[in-house]
Design a protein around this ligand. Sequence first.
Ligand SMILES: *Cc1c(COP(=O)(O)O)cnc(C)c1O
Length: 371
Amino acid sequence: MTGAFPIAPRPGVLEIEPYKGGESTLEGRDDVIKLSSNEGALGPSPQAVAAIKAATANAGRYPDGHCTALRAAIGARFGLDPARIVCGAGSDEILGLLARAYAGEGDEVLYSAHGFAMYPICAQAVGAKPVKVPETDLTADVDALIARAGNRTRLLYIANPNNPTGTYLDKDALRCLRAGLPEGVVLVIDAAYAEFVTEADYEAGAALVDETANTIMTRTFSKIFGLGNLRLGWAYGPPHMIDVLNRLRMPFNVSGIAQAAGIAALADTGHMEIAIAHNSRERARLAAGLAAAGVVVPAGVGNFVLARLPEGADQAQAADAYLRGRGIIVRRMGGYGLPDSLRITVGLGPEMDAVIAAMSDFMAEQGVGNG
Ligand SMILES: *Cc1c(COP(=O)(O)O)cnc(C)c1O
């Protein structure tokens, strides 16, 4: 038979819906405003860019396969033991390795209904069954997650704060979740947006990792540090889990250029503080501007907002088309079970002006149309 797949892959592989990243181009435009992938608005620290350029001198040599200096820098910056850190080609790599390590054929991997799209992909890639657990008010439901964890459950991925809803579990809720899960379930706290969160009741997860034997936290350089292109992430976990990940990962999974960039980015604490302040200010302004236009914006944190169109999916599609017409790319959320919503990344001030103005005009025209 000459089908599209003349050699069959392992069962289940063809059921995987490939991950779709945010678009970055619009035909016929070179002035696109890209607000579709939650990349840090300010981009990387100039010191990181300088480190990248300097590191190209060694492009011909294999990197340090253990990321020794980078792990030391992460440890120093966040007060963590470098021996309990593993680095990866983006945190996506580590999320995938965790599924390979702890789940397989016939196992279940839990995630909350509007959780990050990589979780079911990671589960399916190892033949495990992704199990979507309903949320309450667009927030992970601790009781529902605990209730759904059975003896086939090996892994639970939770993004905290969650992309795309922006909601988060506070430190007590996270502890309740861990305490209520069977010991045999690995809890993966994906804290990709942790650096943006200023709320006092939020914890990225390192303390919970220290308190338990089966919890791991993942982090990334792709968001606040603005280094998405280099693919750099890390995890902090108990020694036995770090050991397991070190056995499974490729020997040189992080380039020396990425390692150098990460070290320099961590050292530039001023850039990060400016990025946090920028985000808090512009996120609030974006949320208020959209709300004033008549768009529903649930309370949330992170460097993005969820914009819910009051009249549903068709209106969301029309709004997306309208924004594209103005050269603005945001993210449709149908794939996340939120067809009435757009996810808009916090960008630079003028970019926020443009998207607020466009959405206000769109909603005003809708009003006229419905009148
Ligand atoms: C962006 C993102 C990541 C992945 O980032 P990497 O670039 O692979 O480090 C992981 N989890 C969530 C929730 C994200 O939004």
